[in-house]
Write a protein that binds this ligand. Structure first.
Ligand code: 13P
Length: 226
């Protein structure tokens, strides 16, 4: 049975109180199955409290970060290194197009971040904008996020996303444990099912619709239909 990943990317949203409110609503309402992997990626400022709340509640939620440093621990003011984040997270979203656009992130930086993540057993989720985007060595989880679909309410079609996911798998996989491809861009509880049911798609990376606890729970319940 294929893994189904549902990843909430909160981006630069939610203070600690808002984050904990979301965890208390979503945590107890998640479908529990070995192949369901539900991940929440808060801002760095909320990571520690979110991790604590999930542990105390014993919720089936994985904690991720939205980025990490291309460098190790040390004299790098302002950076969040994989070595230090490892206590809090099991996964990191890397190479998001918003980081490329707003913070000048390059393919070289992305490759270093992936290497750092892997060195500390953090799963890198590498975002690509098309099947032509370079993918660094050591990636087993790729998120296809076309720029026209991010935050626009204009998702790609499930059929096209499936076709791109297939090309990505041919080009970059299969890794020893298999390459998995997610879709992201204007996913909602209305369209989630159509994406998850595509044969090459292993899950969803969700921005805006993940912020609302009720909406996110609805999306997670779609996993039970598979
Ligand atoms: P939206 O779901 O808000 O379109 O954002 C997608 C995204 O960028 C997830 O990483």
């Amino acid at each position: 049975m294929k893994n189904i990943w549902i990843i909430a990317n909160w981006k630069s949203n939610k203070n600690i109180a808002e984050a904990l409110d979301w965890i208390s609503k979503v945590g107890p309402n998640l479908p529990k199955r070995e192949n369901f992997k539900v991940v929440v990626c808060p801002s760095f400022s909320a990571l520690s409290e979110v991790k604590k709340a999930i542990t105390v509640g014993n919720f089936p939620l994985i904690v991720g970060a939205q980025d990490l440093s291309p460098l190790g621990a040390g004299a790098y003011t302002g950076e969040e290194s994989a070595e230090l984040l490892k206590e809090l997270i099991d996964l990191a979203i890397l190479g998001h197009s918003e980081r490329r656009q707003n913070f000048g992130e390059t393919d070289e930086m992305l490759a270093k971040k992936v290497a750092q993540a892997n060195a500390y057993s953090i799963i890198p989720v590498v975002c690509v904008q098309s099947s032509d985007t370079p993918v660094p060595e050591g990636c087993k989880l790729i998120a296809y996020e076309p720029i026209f679909a991010i935050g626009t309410g204009n998702p790609d079609t499930p059929e096209n996303a499936n076709q791109v996911a297939g090309v990505l798998k041919e080009k970059h996989g299969p890794a020893p444990a298999g390459l998995e491809v997610l879709y992201g861009g204007s996913v909602t509880s209305e369209n989630a099912k159509a994406f998850i049911f595509q044969s090459n798609i292993n899950g969803l990376l969700i921005g805006k619709a993940s912020l609302d606890a009720e909406e996110f729970i609805k999306i997670c319940k779609v996993m039970e239909l598979i």
